[in-house]
Design a protein around this ligand. Structure first.
Ligand SMILES: C[S@@+](CC[C@H](N)C(=O)[O-])C[C@H]1O[C@@H](n2cnc3c(N)ncnc32)[C@H](O)[C@@H]1O
Length: 240
């Protein structure tokens, strides 16, 4: 049976509760890219899952944070975490965000979910609609150049981890064969150019990008990501 996000929601929550190097690195990267102050700001966190980034946005000082996910199971788990009253969760599709008001948010985030959503243009269009003019959008994705379906980790003669990449140009939906991997539920491989051109089509301008080097838990557990980045991230902005 092919698993869905709802099927593995409990497993995913346990993974993050136990401490996950990739997620710690991703949320650290997201926080680094945020505007210098979130005071007074309303932020929507799209593809929020069990609320890791949503809670981090509230802790960073946002006045209102709305976490949105299409999986009711994920949203139920998110609601089970301790959260301040400034946080709410809703079940909705990122490709339309039909339950959110136009122009109602100062900022938006999407951590590790753009790869999971089929229609990238529709998602960025919906995000732009709910942002006020001049609003910001920060995202973190699995690095499109290195988390390629056919990429194969290997090792140099001196023991340094290496990655053999092929099939980069073959954009497709794929599922990892790793039964303990997040990507077993499937995700969309797209080239970096596809992501950047979608931002251009949506009218979002890129202000800053990041490719975090693995440190801490991720660096210790997955030394490959001290050689090549696991994530690509950016802060973008809707024009005024
Ligand atoms: C890898 S998880 C990331 C969750 C969270 N942002 C984090 O960093 O832990 C991807 C999430 O995207 C959600 N998702 C997938 N398709 C979606 C859609 N069309 N609309 C909203 N959420 C979606 C999934 O249900 C899942 O919770």
């Amino acid at each position: 049976m092919e698993e869905t996000w709802s099927d593995i929601a409990g497993w995913y929550d346990d993974l993050i509760r136990a401490g996950s190097g990739p997620h710690e690195t991703a949320v650290g990267c997201l926080l680094e890219l945020l505007p210098s102050s979130l005071a007074g700001q309303a932020v929507v966190d799209v593809g929020c899952g069990q609320g890791l980034a949503t809670r981090a946005l509230a802790a960073a000082g946002a006045a209102r944070v709305v976490g949105v996910d299409s999986s009711p199971e994920m949203v139920a788990l998110a609601r089970g975490h301790a959260t301040p009253p400034s946080v709410e969760y809703i079940v909705d599709d990122a490709q339309s965000l039909a339950s959110l008001e136009s122009g109602g948010f100062d900022g938006a985030t999407c951590q590790l979910a753009l790869m999971d959503i089929p229609d990238l243009d529709a998602t960025l269009g919906a995000l732009c609609r709910v942002l006020r003019p001049g609003g910001w959008f920060v995202f973190v994705i699995g690095h499109p150049c290195f988390l390629v379906p056919d990429a194969r980790p290997t090792e140099a003669a001196d023991g340094t981890p290496e990655l053999v990449v092929r099939g980069y140009f073959d954009e497709r939906f794929w599922r990892s064969a790793n039964p303990q991997g997040v990507r077993r539920v499937g995700n969309h491989h797209r080239t970096l150019a596809t992501y950047l051109n979608a931002l251009v089509r949506a009218g979002l301008s890129v202000e800053e990008v990041a490719e975090p080097v693995a440190t801490g838990r991720l660096g210790a557990e997955r030394p490959l990501y001290r050689e090549v980045p696991m994530f690509f991230a950016a802060r973008t902005r809707r024009p005024r």
